[in-house]
Design a protein around this ligand. Structure first.
Ligand SMILES: *[C@@H]1O[C@H](CO)[C@@H](O)[C@H](O)[C@H]1NC(C)=O
Ligand SMILES: *[C@@H]1O[C@H](CO)[C@@H](O)[C@H](O)[C@H]1NC(C)=O
Length: 306
């Protein structure tokens, strides 16, 4: 497919191709700059938020940014979430209003403690984060809801590869053929290292079930201490409904040539169990069988419904 150059006034996003990097498929534009990303040297106070795509990294980034700013409404409206927090491996393909530059460039202009998001699997996280003992939060979401969300995201994110039909999309997910590789290895990689590397491992479903409890866990992990009122404000400001209505988190600041929200909203449903509206019973059974094989040993307590 023709990769079209961007003209000055009009952004035509070419859909990404996936290329393997150390056995992991990544969007070509991200793969290109990965050596520079690996060499990134964080400050010890920087906070890393890692997740497979569509698992709650934007949500967690918003909570962490709020915690660092005591949860006042103005702080979460001061700039788009993509400016307040940096997407480590992002490269400069976006117009300046939504991201001025690549993640690395953006980081140079931010003062620690910086909130840094990544979708990289653990073996690709720059070693500097471990050497500096940076606080690292991982957020995981059950596989079935993740694949549903990723599917809708591929439709509206015109910079991602063509999703193709649902049936084959699920197949690709099961076989590590989507961007960022196997979901299974991603969630297991951080799970297995959580104690050794002092990673706070969160579940999207727990955050839905009891947001206050999870916000408090994040607060304690970050060695912060906020008043009950401030915690309450953060819980309120980071509900799905409020983040969907907050122009600094709902990606209305992204141009529709990249995120076309008439196709599907960036903040789409934010529910646990929406997979039931997408999987046929046969697909669900085949998925579960494959899941058992890949995930049994790891024994990670995912919930697929609340
Ligand atoms: C984002 O929030 C603004 C303000 O509430 C709203 O007008 C807009 O429709 C929202 N955009 C999306 C895509 O949800
Ligand atoms: C977004 O998608 C809608 C619905 O498919 C389409 O009519 C519109 O032209 C698209 N906008 C852009 C900027 O691509």
């Amino acid at each position: 497919k023709d990769k079209q150059a961007m003209s000055e006034n009009q952004t035509v996003m070419p859909r990404a191709l996936l290329v393997p990097v150390k056995g992991i498929l990544l969007p070509d534009h991200i793969a290109k700059d990965l050596d520079a990303v690996s060499a990134f040297c964080p400050h010890p106070s920087d906070i890393l938020i890692a997740a497979f795509p569509k698992s709650g990294s934007t949500w967690t980034a918003e909570i962490v940014d709020q915690l660092l700013h005591n949860g006042d409404v103005e702080s979460c409206r001061r700039a788009p979430i993509t400016v307040r927090t940096a997407f480590l491996e992002a490269i400069n393909i976006l117009p300046p209003i939504c991201r001025k530059s690549s993640g690395l460039h953006q980081l140079k202009e931010m003062a620690p403690p910086r909130v840094i998001k990544t979708h990289l699997p653990i073996q690709m996280v720059p070693v500097g984060f471990w050497e500096k003992k940076c606080k690292t939060i991982y957020v995981a979401r059950n596989a079935k809801d993740t694949v549903v969300s990723f599917y809708h995201f591929h439709h509206m994110n015109l910079a991602s590869p063509e999703p193709g039909p649902w049936e084959s999309f699920v197949h690709k997910f099961m076989h590590g053929e989507l961007a960022w590789g196997y979901w299974h290895d991603h969630v297991k990689g951080f799970w297995e290292e959580q104690e050794k590397r002092d990673i706070l491992y969160l579940f999207y479903e727990d955050m839905k079930e009891n947001p206050r409890r999870e916000v408090e866990r994040i607060m304690k992990y970050l060695d912060l201490s906020l008043s009950d009122d401030d915690i309450g404000h953060i819980v309120e400001l980071t509900t799905f409904k409020n983040m969907k209505e907050n122009p600094m988190t709902n990606f209305s600041f992204f141009p529709p040539e990249i995120y076309n929200q008439s196709i599907s909203k960036f903040m789409r449903k934010g529910e646990v169990g929406d997979w039931k509206n997408h999987f046929t019973p046969e697909q669900s059974a085949a998925f579960d069988e494959d899941y058992e094989k890949k995930m049994k040993q790891a024994n990670i307590p995912f919930k697929t419904e609340l």
